[in-house]
Design a protein around this ligand. Structure first.
Ligand code: PRX
Length: 581
């Protein structure tokens, strides 16, 4: 739906009150070369993300500024200055290098809750020249196994509880040499594992950060596609330039801000904007480690005096559901700037933000592959509710037809970007051919459908593929189908995204059963639990429908398109390749 109403951005929203003309000029002039010239973290060749985000502040008055303020649902709190994060990450780097022999390019993966140690470990790994791979703590054993086998990670940093969850797959990981467990006061680490606390206590706190180059690999995030297992999108140390610039100019981070990014560090938003973007700008950030509840979130904003808030549409829709009166019971006046990413943000949500917080949500668009925000409702630009905004300065976005030629405005097509920005992924880990297949006619094809209006605002239409976006988590239907058919009662399975008012889409599975297996509610629950345990709760089908057989092409491929059309009550279209009975 398109709102005709435009929200004018009042200048009072910004802590620094530029004159509107200057701001527009600044955006017009902004380009990557200028940003790199302005910063002092580069020599001509070298850059290390950890040095930029933490150590670069040590010689400034930000040295003893709070970098991380953490609290969990139980009310436990921890705070770290930039100097403390520098010291602790040095220790972690020493553990990796001196004790475990980690060298530049080695993969160190994190399967950890949202605790301070994940931040310290990630910074330390980057200092050591390792490539970080964060894994969402809600993943089950199968999801973790796929990613650890594919990346050939040699070190896993985890917790006793999460290690227990995946204990069955650990013997199946030939490349995994060391496990570090963050004990947090629990008993000793398992025999053969390293206790994070003990190793940190023994490690030296001085470390010479490994001299990484701009193009050296630094970050891996797994992302799901239509077919096959998830692929590792690889980003380089030079990407931090993009994180820095977009955090500054899209999220409008200013020195005195208290910033809250609600994304989990297991996903790309949790690293690009939950670590690299804010800290490269020297910003204090607050982290809440707890389950969602509208009351807890509002109370956190009030208590922590959050000024800039970066969240996601599903969360906003849940807040809307909790009622318009609730925000009034808290003092949320500290909020000055609010942003959203990850799924389409319905125009009502933008307008709701304006109504209850007097701050409209600024939607922006990007992907794991793009590494940083590409299209945004950035400050002082009027917001068109329902639009993702305009390309960030230096980024060229286009809408292409199926021959990859640019379409005029108003036409729906493939959203594409001209390659070459710093945070762009450099490959899919050991899947170079698949990486190359994403580039056509000089464009990177994003896999989304969109249109552009006459003022250059982009409007999201849909995904161009079968990938399901549930509450901002991309779920590959193939991954879910593969697990479903491992269930003893399941013969075949086809998985689609079913529209949902809160999560945008939920996973729905069509399942045909093996002979002698009777459909029942109990079996549905059993299958749901089966997927949840192996993959994650997001990937577990919210709905299961038993059907006699699945529509397939002559070559035996399940036609998800038909399942989706059936679900939506739409015409079935071309069914000529359907299997014959
Ligand atoms: O389909 C788009 C959707 O989320 C995808 C990227 O997901 P992921 O790789 O997990 O990256 C998460 C970091 C943002 C996109 O291809 N998406 C993201 N932002 C928006 C969006 N869809 C609509 N509007 C958005 N603002």
């Amino acid at each position: 739906m398109q709102y005709s109403k435009i929200i004018k951005e009042p200048i009072e929203h910004f802590s620094v009150k530029p004159n509107l003309h200057d701001y527009h000029m600044m955006y017009r002039e902004l380009n990557w070369d200028k940003i790199s010239r302005d910063m002092d973290w580069f020599d001509s060749e070298h850059i290390n993300i950890a040095s930029v985000i933490i150590d670069s502040h040590l010689k400034t008055d930000r040295r003893d500024k709070k970098a991380l303020i953490w609290e969990n649902q139980k009310g436990e709190q921890e705070e770290y200055t930039f100097a403390e994060l520098a010291r602790l990450s040095n220790k972690f780097a020493n553990i990796l290098v001196s004790q475990l022999g980690i060298r530049k390019g080695d993969r160190v993966f994190f399967f950890l809750e949202r605790v301070p140690e994940i931040y310290i470990g990630i910074i330390g790994t980057l200092k050591a020249g390792g490539v970080i791979g964060p894994l969402f703590s809600a993943f089950g054993p199968e999801a973790v196994k796929d990613r650890l086998i594919d990346s050939r990670a040699g070190v896993l940093v985890t917790s006793p509880a999460l290690k227990k969850k995946i204990s069955e797959i650990i013997p199946e990981l030939p490349d995994l040499k060391n496990i570090i467990t963050v004990q947090k006061g629990k008993d000793k680490a398992d025999p053969g594992d390293i206790s994070y606390e003990e190793a940190m206590a023994a490690a030296s706190d001085s470390f010479d950060t490994v001299k990484t180059k701009k193009e050296d690999y630094a970050i891996m995030h797994y992302t799901s596609g239509t077919t096959g297992k998830p692929k590792g999108a690889v980003h380089v140390h030079g990407a931090v330039l993009g994180h820095y610039a977009t955090a500054k100019y899209v999220l409008d981070l200013q020195p005195q801000d208290i910033y809250w990014c609600t994304a989990d560090p297991g996903w790309v938003t949790g690293t690009s904007y939950g670590m690299f973007g804010p800290w490269s700008n020297g910003i204090t950030q607050v982290v809440y480690d707890g389950a969602f509840s509208a009351k807890r979130w509002y109370s956190f904003i009030e208590r922590r005096k959050v000024t800039v808030w970066y969240t996601a549409p599903t969360a906003i829709r849940m807040l809307m559901k909790a009622g318009d009166d609730l925000p009034g019971q808290y003092n949320l006046k500290s909020l000055r700037y609010t942003c959203s990413v990850g799924e389409p943000l319905n125009p009502e949500a933008v307008v709701w933000g304006k109504k209850v917080f007097d701050k409209p949500f600024h939607d922006n668009w990007w992907q794991t592959e793009t590494g940083a925000i590409m299209i945004a409702n950035y400050p002082v630009q009027d917001i068109k509710p329902g639009s993702m905004g305009r390309p960030f300065p230096g980024i060229r976005a286009g809408v292409l037809d199926d021959d990859f030629n640019e379409l005029p405005h108003g036409k729906e097509g493939n959203l594409a970007l001209r390659p070459g920005w710093p945070s762009m992924f450099r490959t899919y880990w050991e899947k170079e051919e698949m990486y190359q297949s994403k580039f056509k006619n000089g464009w990177y094809i994003t896999g989304d459908k969109a249109k552009k209006d006459e003022e250059g605002y982009f409007w999201f239409v849909s995904r161009a593929d079968d990938v399901i976006n549930t509450a901002g988590h991309l779920v590959g239907p193939f991954e879910v189908e593969s697990v479903l058919i491992e269930h003893p009662a399941v013969a075949e399975a086809g998985v689609i995204g079913k529209p949902d008012p809160i999560a945008m889409e939920v996973v729905k599975a069509f399942v045909s059963l093996k002979e002698n297996c009777e459909p029942s509610e109990k079996l549905k629950h059993d299958i749901q639990k089966f997927v949840m345990k192996r993959l994650s709760s997001a990937a577990a089908p919210r709905e299961i429908e038993f059907i006699a057989s699945l529509p397939k092409t002559r070559s035996g491929k399940i036609m998800r398109r038909l399942l989706k059309a059936k679900e939506l009550g739409q015409p079935l279209g071309d069914t000529s390749t359907l299997e014959e009975d």
